[in-house]
Design a protein. Sequence first.
Length: 477
Amino acid sequence: MNGSLTTSTNSVTRAVALLGATAALALVAGGAVVAAFPMDGWTPRLLAAGTVLMAVVIAGGMRLRRLLRPLEIIEGLLARIAAGEDDAYRLPELGIASPAAAGWSRLTQLARRWSAARELEEKVSAGLAHAMPGADKLIDALADGVAATDESGVITQANAAFAAICGAGDAPTLLGTACTAALALPEDAAGQLSAAQTRRRVAVEYAVTNGDATRTLRLTRAPRLDGDGELLGHAWTVRDVTQRRLAEDMRDKFLATATHELRTPLANIRAYAEALSTGDDIDPESQKQFFNVIESEAVRLSQLIDDLLDVSRMQAGALAIDRREVDLSRLVDDVARKVEGTMQSREIEFLCEFPPKYPKVLADKSKLAAALVNLLGNAAKYTPEGGRVTFRVEATDRKLDFSVADTGIGISPEDLPRVCERFYRCNDERVNGIPGSGLGLSLTQEIARLHGGELTVDSELNVGSIFHLSIPIEGVD
């Protein structure tokens, strides 16, 4: 994944650099034509320079489209996966040669491994249908619920996990009980089992609610056959797949979000690039504005890709920090300046409360700054116009505390424990309309942890939130 994302960043960077070089070359070439061929009056000179300018810009635009084509194809594939039209475990090859395509090929290899792991799990589950004699203790030690029934569906054997799922005191109390009755299956799940052929393996998922907690269970029924192929009964396995389904839901949400986050800057880059390559009456000031838009959208893409890279390193345990002596006064001033424009554009009152003197501290300057920008950027995104964001720094002999308080939409008690999970976004309709990848707080929390600190949050829905990033002070000799 790291290679794919890095090459995507390189492609966008090369595209923007090429467009800038094209514009510079066009201007130089136009000037050269005017200087080399004396003409009477300015009109012939402008026509000659304009012809050269358009030729160079069109050539550069065509090259830019070729550079951006792999990213456009990847964006389309992500859209199909997010829409459920393609299987996320079976990613297709791009069929083109480019650095981005090479990175995508690496992703397809990983997807095949995930698919193989899923098939292996299914084979293991099927193998339980043919348990060998004397394996009672082994089956009883399994975390998954396992039971055997006769042809009529009556339980003849069960392990402790199966009994716990059924709410029974111990496994022997289930003997002689119908399996579907012991499991208290919902009508739709029981109907799927009844409609399935008894000689074929069938799996159903259903939800079980216990108080405020809801679990998702996966029930598998496989036939048990004798040496002559006659049906002896069935083997049943029950597995708690709640966490897997939550992870898949977050993955699907992330794919949809990433598709949107990629589509918007790519569309803007493409639109302004085409305008530059086809427009013959664009004045220099407008051209400069177009270049600025392309550059800012490229930076936006680069930031998303950098976040994904950091998440990949975090999952692999490879995200590290480089501790050096940090000028905290300059760091917090730089962070405040980076977000000040966003605050002003949204008419948000931005207050900074810094101490008169900072202690000497060892920290990773770039990662600490990125974490603070994430917190302030979130505050700006989720605070309505006319609100207030306060950036406060407090230092003691032992701890450095950065806090970001806002008067935004707040976080519900249900969402609060999960706001720092990777790819998680709050279940609030107002959040759905705000761009975001669900990665910022997860990365910020990891940066705090790597510094030996922590990230905490207090929030009240429709009132506001306050995030505290605290790190211990390690003095400089």
